[in-house]
Design a protein around this ligand. Structure first.
Ligand code: MG
Length: 273
């Protein structure tokens, strides 16, 4: 039902745009970009895994269980007198947007700011399993909860409404560091801003750029794997990583060849026997 409503809104918005353009020389960007046949098929199984597998749920619950154990230890090992804060990403870290991925998979659409804005305005994302329990636990320890997200400032209100609907603990608007339009997606500067006031004792995200800027400068897939091996001591202690098979910065080196379609890039990157 949730997905059907979203499709209806997306289709209605497309029709509206089409009507607005009739008889006008103004060109309006289409609200959804239909991709070449098969270009969104990679999302089908990844989205099904998130929505149907017990293993995705188990991975998330396991991750947040580890985060709870590590948090108390990290507070004990604080280095400054600043209050402790845990910094979390939002999408695919505390909010599950697999319904938007499902829309792209089913409709053969690619990501666009317009359709994403329709989705977030609905405030209908669900909880990433274990997130609410973890946030309540962090608050019970007196830890400040900070979100650094690449959602835009105008998405803050529906994001907070979405969290309230799901029973998240109350977190003030000033604790949300959103991405200004045209600003970098890199979260380094926003982490530095948070650090002026708090000691960040833990970072939680589905993309390693949520934890460190070294993962924003990705050259090859191999570099990313080598860099991960170098931070292994931080994993499960200061860096908490959630699974997300649907999208992420990991795709960038794979999709780098502009001469090929996204599907061709993906096929060429496969390691086979
Ligand atoms: Mg995310």
């Amino acid at each position: 039902m949730k997905k059907s409503i979203f499709y209806i809104i997306a289709i209605a918005s497309l029709s509206l745009l089409a009507c607005q353009n009739k008889g006008s020389e103004t060109t309006t960007e289409p609200i959804a970009t239909t991709t070449e046949c098969g270009e969104s098929d990679h999302l089908i199984n990844a989205t099904l895994w998130m929505q149907h597998s017990a293993e995705y749920r188990a991975c998330c619950l396991q991750t947040y269980k580890i985060a709870k154990s590590a948090l108390a230890e990290n507070i004990k090992n604080k280095q400054t007198d600043k209050p402790a804060a845990v910094v979390l990403d939002i999408d695919e870290t505390v909010l599950d947007n697999s319904y938007y991925e499902a829309y792209m998979a089913a409709e053969g659409a690619s990501f666009s700011d317009s359709t994403w804005a329709i989705w977030t305005s609905k405030a209908d994302a669900t909880e990433v399993p274990g997130a609410i329990d973890f946030l309540k636990y962090a608050q019970s320890l007196g830890v400040e909860i900070i979100f650094i997200s690449n959602r835009y400032p105008e998405e803050l209100e529906p994001t907070m409404a979405n969290m309230k609907k799901l029973g998240f603990p109350e977190i003030p608007a000033e604790n949300f560091y959103m991405k200004e339009k045209d600003a970098s997606s890199c979260k380094k500067e926003r982490r530095e801003l948070v650090s002026e006031k708090y000691e960040i004792v833990m970072l939680v995200g589905d993309n390693l750029g949520d934890h460190s800027e070294i993962f924003d400068e990705r050259k090859t897939a191999g570099d990313m794997l080598a860099e991960t091996d170098e931070i292994v001591e931080l994993l499960g202690t200061r860096y908490i990583v959630l699974p997300n098979p649907t999208y992420g910065t990991w795709e960038k080196p794979i999709l780098a060849n502009k001469e090929e379609t996204a599907r061709e890039n993906r096929i060429n990157a496969l390691k086979t026997f």
